[in-house]
Design a protein around this ligand. Sequence first.
Ligand code: GLU
Length: 301
Amino acid sequence: MSSVRVGRYAPSPSGDLHVGNLRTALIAWACARKSDLGFVMRMEDLDERARPGYVDSQLRDLAALGIDWDGEVLFQSQRAEAYEAVVRRLLDEDLLYECYCTRADIRDAPTASHAPPGSYPGTCRDLSEYERELGRAKLENLNRGPALRLRTNIGTLTFVDEVCGEFTGHIDDFVVVRGDGVMAYNLVAVVDDEFQNVGQIVRADDLLESTPRQIYLQNLLRYRTPTYFHVPLVVNEKGQRLAKRDGAVTLKDLSEKGMSVSDVFALISRSLGIDAATAPEFLEAFEFELPREPWVFQAPQ
Ligand code: GLU
C-alpha cells in the first residue's frame, strides 16, 4: 500500500445512491483531489440490507458522474480477519467486556446525570463471574450472545470539524462487536480508515456524533486521526432526510423523468454554488466552500 494519504467514500450498498449520497461523494472526491490526496472506495457491506446488485449500481452511478477512485474497491465483508485481530488485541489489553443488556434493559436503566439519553450506563462493566453466567444464560434463551463493549475512561471528547467547527461528543462504553457477532460500524470504520491510509474523511453530518468515539478508538489503537468534514444532509421539503419515498431521487429515476446525467450533475453542482456540468469543471472551480445548511431537494414525483 502506498504511503500517500487518501480521501474516501464508503457507501453501504443497501439501495441505489440518491442525489444526497451522490452530492456527498462528489464533495469527498473534490476535497481529496483538490488536496492532492488519493481517493479510495470502500463498500460497507456488513449490513444485513446490503445486496451485491447495489454494489454495481452504486459504482456505476459514481463513475457516470465522473468520480474516479484509485485501486480496488475494499469490501468489509472480506475483512473479517483484520477486525478479529483488532478485537483480540483489545481483549488482550482487557479493554472489552461482555454485555448482556437488551435494548429495553438499557432504555429502562438510570443514566448518569450528564449522559445523553440512550448512552450505555455501564451495567455489565464490573460483573462477577457468577453474574456473567446468569447474563449468558439469559441471552441464550433469547437466542443471541453477548455484545462486546469497550471499557472507556473519559466522559467526552472534543474535535474540530472543518465544516461544523468544534464538536464535543459523549463517550460511553460503546459496542465493538454486536450480540449477533457482527462487527460494529465504529470499529470497522476505524480499522479500515487506518488500513486504507485515510487522511481526510468527508461524510454526511448524521455521523458527526460517531466521530468522537472513532477518534477515541484511533487513539487507543495508536492510529492516526484524519481531518474531518461533515457536510449537511440533503432533505425533502418537510426537512426530513431524503429517501426513496420522496419520488425521483436516484440517477435512474431522474433519467426516467427526462434528466440526463449532466442535468443532475449541474443541479448538484449549483446546490454547492458552482456552475458546472462535468467533474473536471467542478474540480476546477471547487474552493472548499461547503454549505452549513441542508440542501432541500424537491424531487419530481
Ligand atoms: N456507510 C456509511 C453510510 O453510507 C458511511 C460511513 C462513513 O462514511 O464513515 O452512511
